[in-house]
Design a protein around this ligand. Structure first.
Ligand SMILES: NC(=O)C1=CN([C@@H]2O[C@H](COP(=O)(O)OP(=O)(O)OC[C@H]3O[C@@H](n4cnc5c(N)ncnc54)[C@H](OP(=O)(O)O)[C@@H]3O)[C@@H](O)[C@H]2O)C=CC1
Ligand SMILES: O=C(O)C1=N[C@H](C(=O)O)C[C@H](O)C1
Length: 283
């Protein structure tokens, strides 16, 4: 091995190890996050939360992935957050907001992957972020966020003569529709086209719908089996169609993106960020 004199050693910024608490620890994403933290090895799982009544309470957080951690899953939010630098939350909107109240009291930052928030709930997240740095994004995968950028470009270039439809498919257990990612795609498309998604979105079609209004953005939702997450935006013109698709075959990318988000928060004290900030994709 080559020895470097002190002054010539290659410099890499040491990454501060984080104490990370996971909410929804026995859920699909909770388990993937715990597995990712354990495999990655640079950070510490400091707490694992599930809601009261969950069969997981009291079990070792690593039991699901076959690696004991010494951290028991708790239904006490305060106990689960003790000593944490960052909470990573993939639960349900009402659970996330309960967790944020405790983060507020304890000074814990948050990475929020949960989807399905209404506007009032999003306002509460933005308020929390004025005191504690927060990453809030409906999709933590690098690939999906690059797809968002491609949509900005495509929507601007195809602003007239193309009907835009967002099509998403997820597993049978998903409870919100359209997916948070599909809605974010809709927002990106609408903004690029100078439209307001609140007035141009069409979420349902049935019966005598009349001809398609070209100023609308349509959404179609498929639920079935174990589909991890597929999103396609269709630009349907005359004589041609363009489709921009992303398909997830594993939840690993969501968990890895969440860890990057937690690391991004390490150096920040306040502010609301998304994965464009974390990945350096903001214009
Ligand atoms: N941003 C992103 O990249 C991604 C976002 N998601 C989103 O993350 C969320 C979770 O997805 P997924 O892991 O598949 O869901 P799961 O249902 O598998 O897991 C949710 C977990 O949260 C717990 N939970 C449910 N309600 C509450 C509550 N009110 N308070 C506290 N905990 C609660 C569940 O407990 P119990 O089992 O007892 O109900 C479970 O442990 C969804 O909103 C999904 O859309 C998912 C993947 C990627
Ligand atoms: O519930 C899921 O599974 C997923 N939810 C997110 C969403 O609603 O966009 C992200 C991903 O598609 C998986």
């Amino acid at each position: 091995m080559r020895a470097f004199p002190l002054s010539a050693r290659p410099f890499t910024m040491p990454l501060h190890a984080l104490n990370i608490a996971i909410a929804g620890a026995s859920g699909r994403m909770g388990q993937m996050l715990i597995q990712t933290i354990l495999q990655d090895g640079r950070h510490r799982l400091s707490g694992a939360l599930d809601r009261p009544g969950s069969a997981a309470i009291g079990q070792d957080a690593g039991a699901f992935v076959g690696t004991p951690t010494g951290v028991a899953i708790t239904d006490s939010i305060e106990a689960g957050l003790a000593g944490a630098d960052v909470l990573i939350d993939f639960t349900r909107p009402e659970g996330t907001l309960q967790h944020l109240s405790a983060c507020d009291r304890l000074g814990v930052k948050a990475v929020i992957g949960t989807t399905g928030f209404d506007d009032a709930q999003k306002t509460r997240i933005a308020d929390f972020a004025t005191r504690h740095a927060t990453v809030f994004a409906p999709n933590m995968s690098v690939g999906v966020n690059v797809t968002f950028k491609l949509l900005e470009l495509a929507a601007k270039a195809l602003s007239t003569g193309y009907d835009i439809e967002v099509i998403e498919a997820h597993h049978r257990h998903k409870v919100d529709a359209p997916s948070g990612t599909a809605l974010k795609m809709g927002e990106i498309l609408a903004e690029a086209l100078g439209r307001d998604l609140k007035t141009c979105a069409v979420y349902e079609r049935y019966g005598h719908t009349g001809e398609r209004d070209p100023s609308t953005i349509g959404f179609s939702t498929i639920r079935g089996g174990d589909i991890v997450g597929d999103h396609t935006v269709l630009f349907a013109g005359t004589g041609e169609r363009i489709e921009i698709s992303h398909k997830s075959s594993s939840r690993a990318g969501y968990a890895q993106g969440s860890l990057r988000a937690a690391e991004f928060l390490g150096t920040r004290t306040t502010g609301l960020f998304d994965m464009f900030d974390v990945l350096g994709l903001r214009n």
